[in-house]
Write a protein that binds this ligand. Structure first.
Ligand SMILES: Cc1cc2nc3c(=O)[nH]c(=O)nc-3n(C[C@H](O)[C@H](O)[C@H](O)COP(=O)(O)OP(=O)(O)OC[C@H]3O[C@@H](n4cnc5c(N)ncnc54)[C@H](O)[C@@H]3O)c2cc1C
Length: 646
């Protein structure tokens, strides 16, 4: 629900030239593996319809832990991913309990939630707590169940059909509770977590201020240590704080002596803490959003969370997990909107037929289902990778790092999920025609509620800057082989050594996924070479690169999901995902390739432009696919299932 981390970009970009001078790839890195593959494959790469480009790649090939951003250089489909087909019985049971709670307790109180009747949302949160639905992320020793992140996201998805409640719950279990889970001292955890796990106490996260939203580190809230060192005096105000109307505990960010940005645990009952009136909002009207006012608030020194001056780490990493939760949570609203639109389309007759029989309506249902499939694949894949890291974590620092590792994926999920939900909700309104515009039908609310997701947890503009910014920054630190990979891809493309596309449908999809990545890496290299240290100022260029990286992650995840479904899915799921590969990948590939060419035209001139266009043209590949026919198959599956078919 909160702001963002602009400075990451600046830090990354100003040091950029250093990368170009100092980069060296580590032995055994993904980059060196890529290079070996390239050498092995070079002989095969002449033909456009070569056989399987990755004959030895199996899903179990990669034994080392996945790395954030590595989808860009690991071979598509070479790593087994987490997906709904692999949920355990226990995870499904959690999801069922959360879904039942949503249907029995939340839906019947919708009008009361939306009217913000006093006490309704906090009472529902407490009730969810009694059922154990708030303790998923809290470690066992502090009264929780310490379940996996996949379980946590699955539960979040079930709650997300009513935006107001989902946001309130997410603010409590996510950005409200997790800072203590990952950064609290044993004493802070023992003091607060058992009550937060049961809903006995409710939490909020207070970062944003009136004059510092996206630029979160420009906060003016101040903290001053008392002469005896026993407490800090906090002054300032925090804007748009979710749950502020009833939260018992706030994670507040303030600068000690106006300089050292630090997190504090502030109890509501402390003298000097108050909240402003509830905001009147476009959507999620039932959630509480108020200003938090801190007027000479005495916070015990032991309530400093994490290290003094390191509040930015807590603030931003908490946002990473918030973005993941948000991305997965958008699935709840999207699936509901698709289900409602499908049922309506089957029921509503015009011109003597159900509108579900019209091609243009079926096309909408197919597109909605495709975005949901991709969002789901991205979300659970990312969460599964975090769980893999968490399984090896030995302490809280490792756990926090496991989440930070996937900050690029978290930003992509946030962008993709929020924009997918907007698209699905908007198309659902269109399927309902005039009735979609009437509040009596749920899709109007879903559309209103969806709008905020593009704004909080870092606006989508800020998240678009974070995607390349983080990759560049980590490459510069030697953590990622990005520069080595872009250099290699650029040289190979210029020489016409490009990944082949051919074989079975799945192999073609993998080949195209590789070409999409190569194309994206190629233009990324061109941008770095063109702008060097000033690339941070070229936001439009970074925006195009971020969108293409997102496309690569989407295609790559769909290819990996289809492998999981082929092994574990039902026949319906296999047919559905097979159609999805054909319906989704060609248009996205076309977008990746053509926007890459246009980006080169925007950035370069003369001989440099001609050489780059020539090199990138080696990656061109027309896919003679029947996209429309595949979309029809998807629409058939949606109509037969009365909604999202998986
Ligand atoms: C309903 C609601 C609930 C919220 N809940 C919480 C909460 O619980 N806790 C909390 O701390 N905050 C919360 N927020 C605040 C929210 O995170 C911020 O509103 C958000 O981060 C954007 O900040 P801003 O509104 O100040 O917009 P601004 O930062 O002023 O941005 C305005 C526009 O400029 C763009 N922009 C800004 N900087 C750049 C840049 N460098 N480059 C390109 N474009 C840029 C933005 O993308 C945006 O389009 C909530 C907000 C709302 C509306």
């Amino acid at each position: 629900m909160a702001a963002a981390e602009g400075p990451v970009i600046d830090e990354a970009m100003t040091l950029q030239p250093l990368v170009l001078l100092c980069w060296s790839a580590s032995e055994g890195s993904c980059a060196s593996r890529h290079r070996q593959c390239g050498e092995r494959r070079a002989g095969d790469w002449g033909g456009r319809l070569a056989s399987n480009p990755f004959p030895e790649a199996t899903m179990a090939d990669l034994t080392e832990l996945p790395q954030g951003g590595s989808f860009l250089w690991e071979e598509a489909g070479s790593r087994k991913i987490m997906a709904p087909e692999l949920f355990t019985d226990e995870q499904r049971e959690f999801a069922r309990t959360a879904r039942e709670f949503t249907e029995k307790e939340i839906h019947p109180r919708l009008a009361s939630i939306e009217a913000k009747d006093p006490g309704v949302v906090p009472d529902l949160l407490r009730k969810a707590g009694e059922l154990g639905l708030l303790m998923v992320d809290v470690p066992e020793e502090y009264g929780g169940i310490g379940a996996s992140k996949v379980t946590s996201m699955l539960v979040a998805e079930q709650f997300a059909t009513i935006g107001s409640f989902a946001v309130s719950l997410g603010a409590h279990t996510g950005i409200g509770t997790l800072p203590i889970v990952y950064y609290g001292t044993p004493e802070q955890k023992a003091r607060y977590l058992p009550d937060l796990a049961t809903g006995n106490k409710l939490a909020a996260y207070a970062l944003t201020e009136a004059n510092s939203g996206s630029d979160a580190l420009a906060a003016q809230a101040r903290a001053v240590l008392s002469p005896d060192g026993s407490y800090y005096r906090l002054d300032g105000s925090k804007q748009f704080i979710t749950n502020a109307g009833f939260a018992d505990l706030f994670t507040v960010f303030a600068k000690i002596d106006g300089e050292r940005f630090t997190a504090f645990l502030v109890e509501r009952r402390t003298r000097g803490v108050s909240v402003g009136p509830e905001e009147h909002k476009m959507g999620i009207r039932g959630s509480s959003t108020c200003t938090l006012i801190l007027d000479d608030v005495r916070v015990p020194a032991e309530n400093v969370l994490g290290a003094i001056g390191h509040g930015h780490k807590i603030a931003f990493n908490t946002l990473n997990i918030g973005r993941l939760k948000l991305g997965v949570a958008t699935l709840g609203g999207s699936k509901d909107a698709l289900e409602f639109a499908t049922r309506y389309a089957l029921d509503r007759k015009q011109f003597g037929k159900p509108i579900a029989s019209f091609g243009l309506i079926r096309e909408k249902l197919a597109d909605m289902a495709l975005r949901i499939l991709v969002n789901e694949s991205l979300g659970y894949r990312t969460t599964g990778m975090i769980d893999e890291h968490l399984a090896h974590a030995e302490n809280d620092e490792d756990k926090a790092r496991a989440i930070e590792e996937f900050s690029v994926e978290a930003s992509i999920l946030k962008i993709y999920g929020s924009e997918a939900l907007d698209f699905v909700a908007d198309e659902a309104v269109q399927v309902l025609g005039g009735y979609g515009f009437i509040e009596e039908y749920p899709v109007a609310r879903i559309l209103r509620d969806s709008r905020i997701f593009r704004i909080f947890e870092g606006t989508n503009e800020i998240n678009r800057l974070i995607v390349p910014g983080t990759l560049f920054r980590r490459a510069m630190k030697g953590e990622l082989p990005l520069m080595d990979v872009t250099e290699r891809v650029t040289a190979d493309a210029a020489a016409g050594r490009v990944p082949p596309v051919g074989g079975s449908q799945h192999e073609i999809a993998r080949g195209i996924a590789e070409r999409a990545k190569w194309t994206t890496l190629f233009v990324t290299r061109a941008a770095i070479e063109k702008y060097l240290g000033t690339v941070a100022e070229e936001q439009e260029v970074l925006g195009v690169i971020a969108d293409r990286i997102q496309d690569c992650f989407a295609i790559d995840s769909l290819v990996a999901r289809s492998a999981v479904i082929r092994e574990h899915g039902s026949d319906t799921a296999k047919d559905f995902v097979s159609a999805a590969l054909v319906a989704y990948i060609p248009p996205v590939w076309s977008r990746v390739f053509h926007t890459a060419r246009h980006l080169l035209m925007d950035m370069l001139d003369g001989e440099a432009l001609a050489a780059n266009l020539e090199a990138v043209s080696h990656l061109a590949h027309d896919l003679p696919c029947k996209v429309m026919k595949a979309r029809r198959k998807i629409a058939d599956a949606v109509v037969a299932a009365g909604g999202y078919p998986l």
